[in-house]
Design a protein around this ligand. Sequence first.
Ligand SMILES: NC(=O)c1ccc[n+]([C@@H]2O[C@H](COP(=O)([O-])OP(=O)(O)OC[C@H]3O[C@@H](n4cnc5c(N)ncnc54)[C@H](OP(=O)(O)O)[C@@H]3O)[C@@H](O)[C@H]2O)c1
Length: 281
Amino acid sequence: MPSRLFLPDVLAGQVAVVTGGGTGIGAAITRELVGQGARVVIASRKPEHYARAAEGLSAELGVEVLGLPLDIRDRDSVEAFVGAVVDKLGRIDVLVNNGGGQFLAPAETIRPKGWDAVVQTNLTGTWNLTRAVFDRVMGERGGRVINITMLTSRGFPGMAHSVAARAGVEAMSRTLAVEWAPRRVLVNCVAPGLILSSGMNNYPDGASVAQAMQAEVPLKRLGSVQEVAELVAFLAGPGGAYITGQTLVVDGGRSMWGNTWPLPDDGDPPPVVIPKEPWEA
Ligand SMILES: NC(=O)c1ccc[n+]([C@@H]2O[C@H](COP(=O)([O-])OP(=O)(O)OC[C@H]3O[C@@H](n4cnc5c(N)ncnc54)[C@H](OP(=O)(O)O)[C@@H]3O)[C@@H](O)[C@H]2O)c1
């Protein structure tokens, strides 16, 4: 479904890379950017994601969407991927670092291997690809980098590893926005709240947890992948030309309100005695 917001060819002539573009939010971003006229390359580890989606989206949209292998944790894979895109399409104007993942776990159960894997994917992986694209093309030609993060302002109980990594990406983005402003590289983050995507299947009881979580969102529903994709497309297009170093939140108000983690009931709280001023005691 093409955009409800943009002229169909506003990104004509531009090349966009969307990591994790074969599933969920990334697939919606791909569809939206293609709808605006960009050539889009989707990239991830598993052919059943990137190759199947490239084929499916090409058939659906009537435009060729490329799918290539990429593991953002592996610097050799990152170099090979960026080289392949530049060889095939000659440029990269928009980089959407959407690929990522984590598992739900109380902090005391996260093992070193699990922590390292989540930080390597979501923080170091984002850095690896961003830096490779900057070195190869954007440092000379400019461009837009859009990092998909998560809600970080209240922490994220149950995901200490991922929220630490995503807050790192947000701080890195503010830093790069300044350092790379002279190169005309704009760097922003989009932080989704609870979004109804196929990625929910990665969590045990994902559908029923998502159903219950709706009550904890001020707008009383989950967001759609399209609602994230349209903001990414806005940042990639002319509307985003003067926005850099920002984190834009798409969450129906979730970051400001709602229970995030049940705390044990410790019985009656201590009695409240309103203090007098010391000289009145
Ligand atoms: N849905 C939500 O409510 C929500 C909320 C906040 C943030 N997010 C974040 O938004 C992004 C997209 O989420 P989603 O819901 O669409 O989940 P998803 O379908 O699980 O998407 C994750 C994508 O990342 C790719 N990926 C994972 N590790 C990778 C790696 N090392 N190298 C390259 N690609 C990799 C996966 O493809 P392969 O398996 O083929 O590699 C997959 O396509 C994720 O970063 C997610 O954590 C989602």
